[in-house]
Design a binder for this molecule. Structure first.
Ligand SMILES: Cc1ncc(COP(=O)(O)O)c(C=O)c1O
Length: 389
């Protein structure tokens, strides 16, 4: 039988492979997973039950329930200084992850290039490939806090470049772009006439009193930006599968067409619960509570990693930390395998996030404080016993 080879162009994520290896390891502590360990706040679950009781069990409009688009519009205005019309500049998706393939499909032509700062979230490259384009990794460096610089972008831009994906706060490095960085990136995008994807799913998890900024709020940038966000991380709702985008109407119109012939619409009662959640003070209190707990864990892990001899930057956002393990003499794959086998701790090799991640590992601190402590003890013990630090 003749088979399509389109999906052969993209490989299963390295993180999945790690999970397969980790299956059946007794007493394993997983620091590999990229999702909140918190449960969805109770009142949001109540809203979903209320929606079911109201009979919200039918299709919604393809672009999402108007009440949710209106709540998202209000949120974007108040929190992100973005003016987006709920009628034609906002769309609800089945998770933020969908935004990339759907968004790229609205404008990318075969062979066109998309700049992606590395280390990068695992979905970006495959989304570009599946949309017929070519992903181009633009490295970021530890000595610049893994922040994207325009000097680096200039080295990789070509006649064929159509778009740039930015992600702040960043998965996997925890880097947060400053307003100054965003202004420079905006000028670069205008100069080269690029469309920007701005992935802001970790926007609420920032530390040390800093704020995350949205590039679409800068003068004239809304017209060329697809702002991507969702409910997975903010309200600990990964399994509910709900995200949203704000973008110029011509992009939203085409993305809606894509959704029409794909998922039709996100789950209707989930959309209702999210709309109510956005406007309920209790949700934002829950976010702040999670943020504080992540911060406490960040301090612990950062301190312990440096103390055990792994040089590690203090991340400014998200719930990941990205220690340098190169100096142990092991590759990031060897290091992760050693930790899995000897310490029974799962960490992700940095190269799973692109070439710029080689020589690093990603640790997620969306794991209980006591478990993190135990994981740090175990890792330190193995490193000492093997004489690697
Ligand atoms: C940077 C980044 N963007 C998007 C997503 C996907 O989010 P969602 O669950 O809304 O699809 C993730 C999930 O890990 C992520 O880390």
């Amino acid at each position: 039988m003749a088979l399509s080879d389109r999906l052969n162009l993209v490989n299963p994520s390295e993180i999945r492979k790690l999970f397969d290896l980790a299956q059946g390891v007794e007493g394993l502590i997983s620091l590999g997973i990229g999702e909140p360990d918190f449960d969805t706040p109770e009142h949001i679950k109540e809203y979903a039950k209320e929606a079911l009781d109201k009979g919200m069990t039918h299709y919604s409009p393809n672009a999402g329930l108007m009440m949710l688009r209106e709540a998202v519009s209000k949120k974007l205005k108040e929190q992100n200084c973005i003016d987006a019309d709920p009628k034609n500049e906002i769309m609800i998706l089945t998770g933020a992850n969908q935004a990339f393939l759907m968004g790229l499909s609205t404008f990318l032509r075969d062979g066109e290039e998309v700049l992606i700062p590395g280390p990068m979230f695992v979905s970006y490259g495959p989304a570009v490939v599946l949309a017929g384009g070519k992903p181009v990794e633009v490295p970021t460096y530890e000595n610049n806090e893994f922040r994207l610089s325009v000097d680096e972008l200039e080295k990789y831009v070509t006649e064929k470049t159509r778009a740039l994906i930015i992600n702040t706060p960043n998965n996997p490095t925890g880097a947060v772009l400053t307003k100054g960085d965003l202004e420079e990136i905006a000028d670069f995008a205008v100069e080269h006439d690029l469309i920007i994807f701005s992935d802001e799913v970790y926007e609420h998890f920032v530390y040390d009193g800093i704020k995350n900024h949205s590039i679409a709020s800068l003068n004239g940038m809304f017209e060329r930006t697809i702002t991507v966000n969702g409910f997975s991380k903010t309200f600990a709702m990964t399994g509910w599968r709900l995200g949203f985008v704000a973008a110029p109407s011509w992009i939203i119109e085409k993305m809606t067409r894509f959704q029409m012939y794909n998922s039709t619409c996100p789950v209707t009662f989930v959309q209702y619960a999210a709309a109510k959640a956005l406007e309920d003070e209790r949700s934002w209190k829950a976010v702040e509570k999670m943020r504080r707990e992540y911060d406490r864990r960040r301090e612990l892990v950062w301190k312990r990693l440096n103390e055990m001899g792994l040089p590690t930057l203090k991340p400014k956002g998200a719930f990941y930390i990205f220690p340098r393990i190169r100096d142990t003499g092991l590759t990031d794959h060897e290091f992760s395998e050693l930790m899995l086998k000897e310490a029974k701790v799962a960490v992700v090799p940095g190269s799973a996030f692109g070439k710029a991640g080689e020589g690093y590992i990603r640790i997620s601190y969306a794991t209980a404080y006591e478990e993190l402590k135990e994981a740090m003890d175990r890792m330190e013990k193995v490193l000492m016993e093997k004489g690697l630090v």
